[in-house]
Structure formats: structure tokens, C-alpha cells
Design a binder for this molecule. Sequence first.
Ligand SMILES: O=C(c1ccccc1)c1ccc(-c2nc3ccccc3n2[C@H](C(=O)NC2CCCCC2)C2CCCCC2)cc1
Length: 233
Amino acid sequence: KEKVEITKEQRTLMKVIVDAYSTHQIPQDVAKKLLQEQYSADENFLLLTEMATSQVQVLVEFTKNIPGFLSLDREDQIALLKGSAVEAMFLRSAQVFSRKMPSGQTEVLEERIRKSGISEEFIIPMFNFYKSIVSLHMVQEEQALLTTITILTPDRPYVKDQQAVERIQETMLELLRKLCVLQRPQEPQYFARLLGRLTELRTLSHYHAEMLTSWRTNDHKFTPLLCEIWDVQ
Ligand SMILES: O=C(c1ccccc1)c1ccc(-c2nc3ccccc3n2[C@H](C(=O)NC2CCCCC2)C2CCCCC2)cc1
């Protein structure tokens, strides 16, 4: 039986990542807004672009706190942010969806999202992903590390020094592996299942431009930051 233990520096690293992750949250809670009232497809699209814009800003602040990230080549830092922004947004959306809510509220939220204006063909893969995240019952440490590992994906377009990114990502993967073994001794495959979600996330994010342009609204208006990050307009 493998004797797994978290070293002192791994504990410090974990604290830095989780503190940064919980500090840099979206200011206003989109789930609360969606549960308050039914919006039109146009209003929902505006809400999405507002939420996504502030989430990108929050993501930039979060990455600054990932030990080693700021010592990467500057252009590689941009390439990693650009390459992971949509995945980080879906991961965060899934985490918002998987939050414990008073009974019946999750169903209302699901209904509001289904009717929000997103085109039918993307609803199924999106909710399949959300439900697969819900079923993992992730703790905050796992959510924070999974987002960090997503950002530190070496094979994003335009990354020059992939080795340097790999080195930091491996540190995070090793820490997450240990956490999973310690948290869930009875589920030896849990770490592998977590990483499997990242594959599903990348597949879902492939459709992001079509998902946006097919949104049932007359005016697909994006902020300059989103045009930059989402390759639209
Ligand atoms: O089609 C989408 C898309 C967008 C950009 C790129 C690619 C796809 C696309 C992308 C997310 C969601 C999406 N799934 C959600 C699950 C739970 C709660 C809200 C969720 N949302 C949207 C949202 O605001 N997400 C926030 C969450 C915090 C982090 C920034 C993003 C709202 C927007 C108002 C209408 C209803 C859904 C729903 C749809």
C-alpha cells in the first residue's frame, strides 16, 4: 500500500492556490440573478458577456498567483490565458451549477439555462459535462487545482517553451494526485476521472465560436476583451 503524504511545501502551494481561487471569484452571483427572474434571449446574452468578461479579468488575477506562472515567458503567459479562457469559463460554470442549492432550485436554474438562447444542439453536451462535474462532488482544493492544471496546458497554440509550462503543470498534477488518494482512499480511479473531465472540457470548448454565433439573439455584441479571447467578430 503506497504511503502517500503531502510535504510541507506542497501544503504551502495548496494554500496559495486555494486562497487565490477563492479570493478571485466573480463579484455578483449569476445563479442568484438567473433564479430571480426569467430573462429574454437578448438579456441572457448580455448577462453572459458581462459575466464572461469579468471572469476573464478574475482569471488573469488568479493566474498571477500560480507559483511560477509569472516567471514564464511573457508571450507564453498570454498564450496560456488565451488558450484556457473558454475552458476555465465552462469549468467555473459547471462549478456554479454543481453548488448545493435549496431543493428544486437546481432544476429551475437548469431550465433557465436551457431556455436562455443557447442553440439546442449544444445544450446536451454542455449539460452532460455539467452533470459529470456534479457527480464528482469535488472539494474546493480539487476545483482550484483542476482550473490551475487547465491553465497550465503546455500544448496550447503559440506556446514556445512548452517544457517550462510542463514543469509547473507536473507539480500541480502530483499535488492533485496525492490529494485524491488521501481524500478518497476507496476510489483509486478518482484522480483519473478528474483528468478525464479535462478531455471532455476541451471537446466542449471546440464548439465555443459556433455556440456564440448561434445564440438566439438579434445582436451578438461582444466586449473588446471577449473579441480578443473568444476569436469572434
Ligand atoms: O454558450 C455558451 C458559451 C459562451 C461562451 C463561449 C462558449 C459558449 C454558454 C456559456 C456558459 C453558460 C452557463 N452555464 C452556466 C451554469 C450555471 C450558471 C450560469 C451558467 N452559464 C452562463 C453564465 O453566466 N456563466 C458564467 C458563470 C461564471 C463564470 C463566467 C460565466 C449563463 C449566462 C446567462 C444565460 C444562462 C447561462 C451557458 C452558455
